[in-house]
Design a protein around this ligand. Sequence first.
Ligand SMILES: [Zn+2]
Length: 282
Amino acid sequence: MRLGLRGASWEMKPSGKSLYHRGVCWQGWAFVFSATVGIGCSASFPRQEPLVFSHPQLPAHLPSGLVTHEVLPKETLWAIGKRYHISAEAILRANHLTDATKIPVGLILIIPRPEVPRLVPIYPSRGQWTHIVIHHSATVYGNASLLDRAHRKRGFSNGLGYHFVINNGTSGRKDGQIEIGHRWKRQQAGAHCNAGGMNTHGIGICLVGDFTNHTISQAQMESLIGLVHQLSVAYHIPPARVIRHRDVRGKITACPGDRFPWTEFKRRFLWHLSQPSSDGTF
Ligand SMILES: [Zn+2]
């Protein structure tokens, strides 16, 4: 479609870009303005029914084969590349960028030739991960950096005791955003549950929030299911060994709180596991 107006024109054409919001992919059309002075602008708006994906952070393979990724707070180009099995340099090249340290939050990156994306990096197994233990931060606000600081104050010399933190949209992080702790990157034992050998054998996941009085957000639930799914498949951890902190024998705690929807989580997690092509990557 093209509209003309005294030496200027508006043209609608497929933009080839997609916008992602809360797990919904909008295939956009660009509304391109061209004027004789050479100034252009564009905007995208929905063209068709949204394609709904099972995870708010996961980009999708588009009909054109183009995959994009929106940069999250504190996310590095290295971490993004790791998820798609490509180098940071390849992403820089594909997006005509030069400085990996200057990637603003919210930037939509084109991911060239991606393989199946993962939520988090998977390292070769040495057989040490036998359980997944779910916690809450018991705070209304928080993120991995704040928890790291709190744990160092408590005398944890390696800082953040959890391997992963799932945010609730406070303290500068997005709702459902998964942060990867340095203990996971170094494949170190956690400091999240001193009973039952869980620090050594349990992968510690902390949901930001106090589920004594509140429940988790939908975005946190979806991230939790996706993360536990991926980890349990990658390390052959059976569902019975996906537990709450309170389930660890010898530990007296209410963590992750009475309002954590354990039954719903288990039901949805088991459903994902039962899918025929279940490989933990969606
Ligand atoms: Zn706990």
